[in-house]
Design a protein around this ligand. Structure first.
Ligand code: UN1
Length: 519
């Protein structure tokens, strides 16, 4: 660890890029930034030394140099290393979760759940180390055997957001390592301390030098670094979780090098409440989906689509639940705490300004009606110094509203109504994302029709849009991603390439398509 910033208070750590087990040399330094506690903006959590594009590329080169030895390690042995990493994370779960809470304001219970998800991921991939199956395939010719193998792709560059600062990176890092790849991880700068702590724990599991590296850099230097590394052939796969706008840029960059990245982007996730739904259950699900993590999950609820016959009743119950929710100091039992970082707070404030009455969209005047706003007095945190925001419910949201179309990434839920089921499906698909979608219904036909017709990677029936489990395919389509999937066995297709082998033991040259055995 770099210890240059000795003037920092005792509980402020110094965070540097660690490549092949050592801090990157000073010539790569390109500025610094501080990560703050969003509940107390005068409290620095970490001073983060940033590197430039050359530093990023140097990390990729080091990863390339270390990768082959790791790929040569038998997969079951790699699995045991992953398991050891999981045990280290488990043994340090409270410490890591507390750091996550302090650095990004995630309620402690959620932060602990996030750490638990890393352990679950390691548990899952321990077993995969003993499988990582290939296939034996029949040949069309006699005395010939066809086989398939999974081979690591090489170096995986992992670029992650800070809303799930440890679990989502682990969704990439753990399977990528299990598959025999080396990793260069670039976490969000505002979540660098938690990332550094996770990196340190995973590194202690016994990975060979250069196999797991962490680089702190700003967005533009990361792009430039990726470009250099792609040109040098030292990055073979990019895994990116973040906004759809940045995802498009990553996709373009990777495409120029004929690579297909793993893109997990934003969402405008609908939750449909049908007339036969259990309304109290739907209220509970919508509250957690919309306001859990302050609405800062890519799977957070965007728009409630409620059948007009139950809309009024639902809205009364929902706003009452929102008003009663505990919001504040994230170390306590709250629904949500502060927003992640100033950047997100500023963006959220833009939406708040926009929804004030008489703002116009597409040239037409349309009032935005706030039907629920938490009284400031209800906060147990310090709203003057922390990035705390009222929960906002906006009813009467129309399909051409910004609020209907854009991911707001904050404690804001739009509500609209529908008459026919087809209309609900149309509204659910309209924003063009396709990550997660939920329906509350007690009718199996409605549930399965919804699943089939809503273009989302993940469908929930009578449950929240958020809260995906660690062993199901995670990912989306449209503006939510390029169809890549994380988690479970499905992610193996991201971090391995299929190689086939044909072995002819006939003692003669058999020609495919020409010597095919007659039937
Ligand atoms: C994200 O917000 O980037 O579904 C991922 C969930 C989480 C993952 C969210 N387990 O809520």
């Amino acid at each position: 660890m770099n210890t240059r910033h000795v003037s920092s208070p005792a509980n402020t750590s110094s965070v540097a890029s660690i490549v092949a087990g050592r801090p990157l040399p000073p010539e790569h330094t390109a500025g610094a930034r501080v990560s703050y506690n969003p509940a107390r903006l005068d409290e620095a959590v970490a001073e983060v030394e940033l590197v430039g594009a050359d530093g990023f590329a140097a990390a990729c080169a080091a990863a390339k140099a270390g990768q082959q030895a790791w790929a040569d390690t038998p997969a079951p042995v790699r699995g045991r290393t992953i398991a050891a990493a999981g045990r280290l994370v488990e043994a340090n779960a409270e410490r890591l979760a507390a750091l996550v809470t302090r650095e990004i304001g995630k309620p402690y219970a959620e932060a602990l759940g996030e750490v638990r998800e890393i352990v679950d991921t390691c548990d899952f991939f321990l077993g995969e180390g003993r499988r990582l199956y290939g296939q034996t395939v029949p040949s069309e010719m006699p005395d010939k055997q066809l086989l398939t193998f999974r081979e690591p792709v090489g170096v995986v560059a992992v670029v992650t957001a800070g809303n799930f600062p440890v679990a989502v990176p682990a969704w990439y890092i753990v399977p990528a390592l299990l598959c025999g790849n080396a990793v260069v991880w670039k976490p969000a700068e505002y979540a660098a301390a938690g990332a550094a702590a996770l990196h340190e724990l995973l590194s202690r599991a016994g990975l060979p030098e250069g196999v797991l590296n962490i680089v702190h850099a700003d967005g533009e230097q990361t792009f430039a670094g990726l470009e250099k590394a792609l040109a040098a052939g030292t990055v073979d796969k990019i895994g990116f979780t973040g906004s759809s706008e940045v995802g498009v840029r990553i996709g373009e960059l990777a495409g120029r090098h004929l690579q297909s990245p793993c893109l997990e982007l934003g969402g405008k996730n609908p939750l449909v409440v049908t007339p036969d739904a259990d309304l109290d259950l739907a209220v509970e699900g919508a509250l957690f989906a919309g306001f859990g993590s302050a609405g800062q999950r890519c799977t957070s609820l965007g728009t409630l689509i409620v059948h007009e016959s139950v809309a009024e009743d639902f809205l009364v119950r929902f706003t009452a639940a929102v008003d009663a929710a505990a919001i504040g100091e994230p170390t306590g039992p709250v629904l949500y705490g502060p927003l992640l970082d100033r950047r997100f707070a500023e963006r959220f404030e833009e939406y708040l300004t926009w929804i004030r009455p008489h703002h116009t969209v597409h040239g037409r005047a349309r009032p935005g009606r706030i039907t629920a706003a938490h009284p400031r007095a209800g906060f147990v945190g310090d709203p003057d110094t922390g990035l705390y925001y009222h929960p906002v419910v906006v009813s009467g949201v129309r399909p051409d509203d910004r609020l209907f179309l854009e991911e707001t990434f904050g404690p804001l839920v739009g509500v609209t109504t529908y008459r026919e089921f087809d209309e609900a499906v149309e509204l659910a698909n309209a924003p063009g994302y396709g990550l997660s979608a939920a329906v509350y219904t007690n009718d199996a036909r409605t549930a399965f029709t919804f699943r089939r017709r809503v273009r989302a990677g993940m469908i929930s029936v009578n449950n929240s849009t958020s809260g995906a489990e660690a062993h199901l395919p995670f990912g989306g389509n449209g503006r939510s991603g390029n169809g890549s999937r994380q988690s479970g066995v499905w992610v193996l297709d991201q971090f391995t390439r299929w190689q086939s082998m044909n072995w002819d033991y006939s003692g003669r040259l058999q020609k495919a398509q020409m010597d095919t055995a007659e039937t």
